[in-house]
Design a protein around this ligand. Structure first.
Ligand code: R5P
Length: 286
């Protein structure tokens, strides 16, 4: 077994250490005409199972092509089995034709990966209108959740937590995490007007006085959802944002500067990816 990666090197190396498997790096270059040129650094070892650990951030479009090429390249170099672990799986929010003529990209991504991977493993994918990865992929899939890891982190770091889900979709995480932490939770109703404009309404009031309010979502992208949700956290002694996947596009962190802390897991490698999911990934290969 070997583990390889381009976007998620730190996480992949941690997983490799936990599995006692070698990490093999990958060089990405471009041919003079711009075409992608990939080379595995060490192909001497006889390898049966290659685990590609690759987050779809940064550069999701290029990453999709890279992952397909890495998987096929692994087979060309002798692998019998290829598992793609996409800790953050991109394209999943494009789960319907939002306007006439739209391309529903989640299906395209799923079909592409299914051509090259024996199995795709991911963490908390955006399953909203699509309820199961089976609707997207033809190959085997495994859907992990960072809930336990996030709950353990909250238990260690916060004395009086209350969990808020910023919209109905996020309540599945908020409720499960709150149950494990043993604290209250509530949900907001979010209305999205565009990719950059949302508003939220508190549906079930919860006592936040003197509490550490933690707003938990699967994805923090532009940060608008979190900023709107924060407006409903009146009375809390501190307000924190935790995202499973921290995309932080368009100055999201600057917009979120009023939060006491903004954290995410290392499904995407960032300075604030303080919640480590390497054990979660390693466990499914042990
Ligand atoms: C959407 O349904 C997701 O669960 C997140 O709430 C959303 O992607 C966050 O986006 P943004 O940070 O741009 O508001």
């Amino acid at each position: 077994m070997i583990v390889t990666s381009y976007n998620s090197k730190k996480l992949a190396k941690k997983v490799a250490r936990k599995l006692g498997a070698p990490f093999v790096g990958l060089k990405q270059q471009a041919f003079p005409d711009g075409e992608m040129h990939l080379t595995y650094n060490n192909t001497k070892a006889k390898v049966k199972h290659v685990i590609i650990i690759e987050s779809f951030q940064p550069d999701p479009n290029e990453t999709l092509l890279r992952v397909c090429m890495m998987a096929e390249g692994a087979r060309q170099n002798g692998a019998k089995k290829v598992t793609v672990v996409a800790p953050y799986l991109g394209f999943m929010r494009q789960d319907k034709m939002f306007c006439t003529g739209d391309v529903q990209s989640n299906v395209v991504m799923g079909q592409m990966l299914s051509l090259f991977a024996d199995k795709v493993v991911t963490i908390d994918p955006h399953l909203h209108r699509v309820r199961s990865l089976k609707e997207v992929f033809k190959c085997k899939t495994l859907c992990l959740s960072a809930n336990d890891t996030i709950a353990a982190y909250i238990k260690r770091k916060f004395k009086k937590p209350v969990i808020i889900g910023p919209d109905w979709e996020s309540y599945q995480w908020a409720e499960a995490i709150a149950a494990q932490v043993g604290c209250d939770s509530t949900v907001l109703e979010k209305t999205r007007y565009s990719g950059r404009k949302v508003s939220s309404k508190l549906l079930k009031p919860v006592d936040l006085k003197g509490k550490d309010c933690i707003i938990v979502d699967d994805i923090i992208s532009t940060g608008h959802t979190m900023v709107e949700a924060m407006k409903k956290a009146k009375g809390a002694r501190s307000v924190h944002a935790i995202g499973v996947h921290g995309l932080f596009v368009e100055n999201a962190l600057k917009k979120m500067s009023k939060f006491d802390s903004v954290l995410c897991t290392n499904t995407i490698e960032r300075e604030n990816s303080k919640i480590d999911v390497s054990e979660l990934i390693a466990q499914c290969f042990l």
